[in-house]
Design a protein around this ligand. Structure first.
Ligand code: UDP
Length: 248
C-alpha cells in the first residue's frame, strides 16, 4: 500500500549550522547532499515542500553587534548569508533532478526570484521545491520567525524545525543528563517555560496562526520523511486539540 503523507504542504526550517556538518561553520557538501536527498524523498510523495534556510554557519547579526557593529548592518549580513546557503541547497537538489526556485526577501534578481507569495504557491502546486532566503528582509528577526511567517502566508499544514536534538526536552539536555524528551507540548508551555525550541516571536506566530511545529533531529537520515508520514518522531508543538494531530 502506498504510504500516505500526513501533510499536504510543509515548511522545513533548516539552520545554517545544519549545513555546516561537523565543522560547525561553512558548508559541507556531503551534508547538503544528504538533506537534498531527504527533501526529494518527501517531495516524491506528492508533498509540497518549502524550505527556509538560516545563515548561522556563516554569520549571525547578534554576534556582529556584540562586537560593536551596527545591529541592522550585521543583520543584513546575516540575511545575505542565508542566500549563500540557499544556493548551495538549490544546487544539491538540482543535482538530484528536483526542480527548485529560490525566492529572496531582499531583491537580487540576477541570483534568484524576489519573494512573491502567490508565485511561491504556484511553484509548490507545480511540484517545485521553493527555498525562501534572506529571512523576511528585516533586521532584528530570525529565520525561525521567517519560517513561521512563510508557513502562515503559504498556508502550510506544519512547520518542521530541524535541529541537532531529538526534540524538545523538559530541561536543557546539554546541562541536565536527566532531561526527558517530550512527545507533545502546547505552544503556551514552550513560551512559559522558555524551552529551547525557537525564539518566542516564531513560536507565538505559529500559535496565533494555528500552525503546528514538529521539532526533530535532522542528523538521523530519513527523519524528514518519517515526520511527514506521521510517525511519532521528535516533539509536536501545537494547541490543545489532539484531533489536530490525528485528524482521522
Ligand atoms: N536575519 C535577519 N532577519 C531575518 C532573518 C535573519 O536579520 O528575517 C539575520 C540575523 O542577523 C540572523 C542571521 O540573519 O542572525 C542568520 O539567521 P539565523 O540566525 O536565523 O540562522 P540560523 O540560526 O537558522 O542558522
Amino acid at each position: 500500500m502506498p504510504r500516505q503523507p500526513k501533510y499536504r504542504r510543509i515548511v522545513l526550517k533548516i539552520s545554517g549550522e545544519a549545513l555546516a556538518g561537523a565543522a560547525g561553520f561553512g558548508i559541507d557538501p556531503i551534508v547538503v547532499d544528504s538533506i537534498a536527498r531527504q527533501i526529494k524523498d518527501v517531495q516524491q510523495l506528492g508533498v509540497q515542500v518549502a524550505v527556509v534556510v538560516g545563515g548561522g554557519n556563516i554569520w549571525r547579526g547578534q554576534s556582529g553587534s556584540q562586537k560593536g557593529m551596527d545591529r541592522a548592518t550585521a543583520d543584513y549580513m546575516g540575511m545575505l548569508a542565508t542566500v549563500i546557503n540557499a544556493l548551495a541547497l538549490m544546487d544539491a537538489l538540482e543535482k538530484h533532478g528536483v526542480v527548485v526556485r529560490v525566492q529572496t526577501a531582499i531583491e537580487m534578481k540576477e541570483v534568484a526570484e524576489p519573494f512573491i507569495r502567490r508565485r511561491a504557491i504556484t511553484h509548490l502546486e507545480k511540484g517545485r521545491v521553493v527555498i525562501f532566503a534572506a529571512g523576511n528582509g528585516n533586521p532584528y528577526f530570525s529565520t525561525d520567525t521567517t519560517a513561521a511567517l512563510r508557513a502562515a502566508e503559504i498556508e502550510a499544514d506544519v512547520m518542521l524545525k530541524a535541529t541537532k536534538e531529538a526534540g524538545v526536552y523538559d530541561m536543557d539536555p546539554r546541562t541536565h543528563p536527566e532531561a526527558k524528551k517530550l512527545d507533545e507540548i502546547h505552544y503556551i508551555d514552550v513560551l512559559k517555560e522558555n524551552l529551547r525550541v525557537m525564539d518566542a516571536t516564531a513560536t507565538s506566530l505559529c500559535m496565533d496562526n494555528n500552525i503546528p511545529i514538529v521539532v526533530f533531529n535532522l542528523n538521523t537520515y530519513g527523519n524528514i520523511l518519517k515526520v511527514v508520514l506521521g510517525e511519532p518522531i521528535g516533539t509536536y508543538v501545537g494547541g490543545d486539540n489532539r484531533a489536530e494531530r490525528d485528524p482521522e
